[in-house]
Design a protein around this ligand. Structure first.
Ligand code: E4P
Length: 274
């Protein structure tokens, strides 16, 4: 499983690279907004173009940097995708364009602009990361249209199921992969999907059955147990927020072990290093 950093924060991206764990980055307009607010708070003023250049350079060749479009119509998305790709792919040949699988905001809008854009970009040879995937069907359609990656939003599906259950929850709270029961003792689900991890599982199963080459990026991961569970499924890529990467390394028994080993160092042994 590859690890991407789900962040547009250059400092976080640099740290993840330094740890040797990260082969990519996924951004979205909200993550770019957060990174810019933080940068301005630190008194730094870098142009958006220079900033994205630095992200692409930090990730380097053989990696992947997802940059998202902002238009909601296919023509606009294709134009913006071309613009982003021409501007930033030459830096390290690692850009993928994030296109929402559907850009409709309500029932009456055209639901297929995302797919139309993905299909045109595939013909042009521009790699697409189809985003905002909430069902296995959307993943299948995006893959058929030519997406190189699909990003199922595990955390947001957990949010949706918990909200429908009337549960109170924090953004990073764990939600069981096998789902949870309502007052009547029935497992609550979203059209058969019982959790965000279950969504990832179902997509992997469908893709596996037909040998679909599109890579699955487990996205919207909010805690380390979700990361473990998508890893157990054999997902191709997990895009992980930096705070979750930080959680993943910690365990009280590891702390305790370090303390004990340090205490037990005898002079004969430390002498080896002098
Ligand atoms: C990454 O591709 C997604 O944009 C991101 O994981 C969304 O995460 P969120 O649901 O925590 O905002």
């Amino acid at each position: 499983m590859e690890i991407f950093v789900d962040s547009a924060d250059l400092e976080e991206i640099k740290k993840a690279k330094e740890y040797g764990i990260c082969s990519g980055v996924t951004t979205n307009p909200s993550l770019i907004k957060q990174a810019v607010i933080r940068m301005k708070g630190d008194g730094k003023n870098v142009s958006m173009e220079d900033y994205i250049n630095m992200i692409c350079k930090t990730i380097g060749k053989n990696g992947s940097v997802s940059l998202e479009v902002i238009s909601l119509d296919a023509k606009g998305m294709v134009k913006e995708a071309g613009h982003l790709y021409e501007k930033f792919n030459p830096v390290a040949d690692n850009v993928a364009i994030k296109i929402p699988v559907s850009t409709s905001r309500h029932e009456k809008e055209d639901h297929y602009e995302g797919l139309k854009a993905i299909s045109v970009l595939d013909e042009k040879g521009i790699p697409v990361n189809a985003t905002l995937i909430m069902t296995p069907e959307q993943a299948l359609l995006a893959a058929k249209s030519g997406a190189k990656y699909v990003s199922p939003f595990a955390g947001r599906i957990d949010d949706w199921i918990r909200k429908n259950l009337g549960m109170k929850f924090g953004k990073s709270d764990y939600f069981p992969a096998e789902g949870t029961k309502n007052d009547k003792g029935e497992i609550v689900h979203d059209e058969g999907v019982v959790s965000g991890v279950d969504l990832v599982r179902k997509i992997l199963e469908v893709f596996g059955k037909y040998g679909i080459q599109t890579k699955v990026i487990a996205a919207s991961l909010r805690n380390y147990r979700q990361v473990r569970e998508v890893a157990e499924l054999g997902v191709h890529i997990a895009t992980i927020p930096f705070n979750v990467i930080e959680e993943m390394i910690k365990h009280p028994k590891t702390f305790e072990g370090v303390v004990k080993f340090s205490e037990d160092v005898i002079p004969e042994y430390s002498g080896l290093f002098k």
